[in-house]
Design a protein around this ligand. Structure first.
Ligand code: CP
Ligand code: NVA
Length: 302
């Protein structure tokens, strides 16, 4: 693997399997109560420009379980929030820390940070991508379905950071991806164009969510308004109305389909309460796996 984890597009097929294998070992060790302090004495800095529950807790607990510590750095309370430039922040922090996780707006900021940092930089979500999420989701799919190979993933909803990352994953892995997004809310077109050329099993974009869901092994959705789009929420609720994972959509998927959501979820918007609480939903296992997969990433990179 490279020094940093900025996107899944930069991973080789073998990197995915290496992460999943390690995550499986770390999960088993934790469940059996075995201490695995491979990062003893190491420190992860976690820079947050946006809110987080899962990412913050799983990285922080993950570092603790691996014998290291994590520092929560709300950028508002640091000099970054007062305009200290990335080049200085990244080079200086590299002298204190062993790795940095960043959640921010622009993908370019994470990339610039990685360019200047002497230590690994992990993308904890940008407006464009959410690589740690989709790596955990693929691991969850492997647990539930035995493998991600040959499966059909249907993503219904906004063409956001989570959708873009699924597209990048479909370009690297032997799985089929069908997306359904309303017009004007498509995924990033550069990522789409590039990935369609590279994908082994195909990436298709539909306007009709029922078509995308047809015969799917996995139904996936995410919020209609992401962090930073709060002002558009009411308008988006109207536009996205039919892009909801509900009982009718579920009927179009395979009988044993699993339903996934990166969370936080808005019941009654992108997913109904019945479905998220129903027997097909794996959202809590999915959230748990953020911990195991990120521990694997930390162990590999740090
Ligand atoms: N799924 C996810 O990244 O959750 P948080 O925003 O709570 O970190
Ligand atoms: N698309 C969502 C994901 C949250 C984990 C957002 O960016 O807010």
């Amino acid at each position: 693997m490279k020094k940093d984890l900025l996107s899944v597009a930069e991973l080789e097929l073998a990197d995915f399997d290496k992460i999943f294998k390690k995550a499986r070992q770390l999960k088993k060790a934790l469940k059996e109560g075995r201490v695995h302090a491979s990062l003893k004495g190491k420190t992860l800095g976690m820079i947050f420009d946006k809110s987080s529950t899962r990412t913050r807790i799983s990285f922080e607990v993950g570092m603790y379980q691996l014998g290291g510590i994590a520092l929560f750095l709300n950028s508002r309370d640091t000099q970054i929030g007062r305009g200290e430039i990335i080049a200085d922040s990244a080079r200086m922090m590299s002298r204190y820390l062993n790795g940095i996780m960043i959640r921010t707006y622009a993908q370019a900021s994470v990339e610039e940070f990685a360019r200047y940092a002497e230590i690994p930089v992990i993308n904890g979500l940008t407006d464009l991508l959410h690589p740690c999420q989709i790596l955990s989701d693929l691991f969850t799919i492997t647990e539930k379905k035995g493998s991600y190979k040959g499966l059909k993933i249907a993503y219904i909803g906004d063409g956001n950071n989570v959708a873009n990352t699924w597209i990048e994953a479909a370009a690297r892995l032997p799985l089929g991806l069908a997306l359904a997004c309303p017009e004007g809310y498509d995924p990033d077109c550069d990522i789409m164009d590039r990935s369609i050329k590279e994908a082994a099993e195909g990436i298709a974009l539909y306007r009709d969510p029922f078509e995308a869901a047809e015969n799917a092994d996995v139904l996936y959705t995410d919020v209609w308004a992401s962090m930073g789009q709060e002002a558009e929420h009411e308008e988006r609720k109207k536009v996205f109305k039919k892009y909801q994972i509900n009982e009718n959509i579920l009927k179009r998927a395979k009988k044993d389909a699993i339903v996934m959501h990166c969370l936080p979820a808005h019941r009654g918007e992108e997913i109904t309460a019945d479905v998220i609480e129903g027997p097909h939903s794996v959202v809590i296992d999915e959230a748990e796996n953020r911990l195991h997969v990120q521990k694997a990433i930390l162990e590999i990179l740090l």
